[in-house]
Ligand binder design. Sequence first.
Ligand code: GDP
Length: 359
Amino acid sequence: MKVVLIGVGQAGGKITQALAEYDYEMGFDAVQGALAVNTAAADLQSLDIDTQLIGRDRVKGHGVGGDNELGAEIMREESTEVIDELDGRITSRAEGIVIVAGLGGGTGSGGAPMLAHELKRIYDVPVYVLGVLPGRNEGSIYQANAGRSLKTVAREADATILIDNDAWHDNEQSLEASFETINQNIAQRVGLLLAAGEVIDGVAESVVDSSEVINTLQPGGIASIGYASAAAAEDSADNINNIITATRNALLAGTSLPDAVEADTALLVIAGDPDRIARKGVERARSWLEEETGCLEVRGGDFPLDSDRLAALVLLGGVERSSRIQEFLERARQAHEQASEPTPDPSDAFENEQIDDLF
Ligand code: GDP
């Protein structure tokens, strides 16, 4: 699936770069262009992809802090410039636009939903958001910002693929120290998904088409992505269980939104050496996925890769009713309430004292 990527904010820019690099290194050619947009000049300097500084008049390259309303406003004012910058990249070959952002910050949190809104008015291809949810231990401002951003992004984008920062985080390390690993994981999984549908040497029996990805994301709302791999035997007949195990692990242990299992739609891509992929294993894995997610139909296909491992990639559409999302929304609501409570006035403590003010 040919796409143009636009990273908004710090996380958005870094993940966009990781995705563009992965696509290039693998030779998939799914990424037709990659641009990073930010209000903070320093965050753009470390990137190797094309960059664009916005909000110069308002924040002079210093970023918006955690003010996502300002992030949204700056994007609204400068969306024409961003779209002009993109126009050459959104060629007739692009089948979709993916906006990438951390939803808990300021520039990406506010800018991503606004940019989705503006792009949808202009382009016919679907506009998706690849959004990062703050982990449980991140501060309440991140939770509150992400709650508002997610609500708006879910309304504006054709679908939002969500990555919970706790999902692919190496628990031995702090979240910040894990960003690189998390970003690599996102790049590999989303990169494979985008590459599904590209013309690849050694056509498999059942190749995924871009329309399968688009149709799986069709219900709109929130989508999640899961991945797991397993060692593969030389002979496909010995790989039936390996395929089923990889699929189970992708859904139950390797997903970007842990515990989000119920879905409206699902796509199962089995990647690996076509000679090692057991048809019977793929069929059984699909039936298992159908039962587990409650989807009426699981779309699917193979993705030929030269590897001695087999991998299962699962895309779920319409997971917004899952307990994980509800739990997050509750966290965001509480954080928002906390933030909106008036700050106590220290002089209240003297209210009942029989002491007169000096003046
Ligand atoms: P912005 O620049 O104002 O859009 O803010 P950020 O992009 O820094 O967004 C903050 C949120 O993104 C927080 O929830 C961070 O945990 C998360 N975040 C920041 N950098 C990264 C990153 O490199 N990878 C991931 N996965 N999350 C990040």
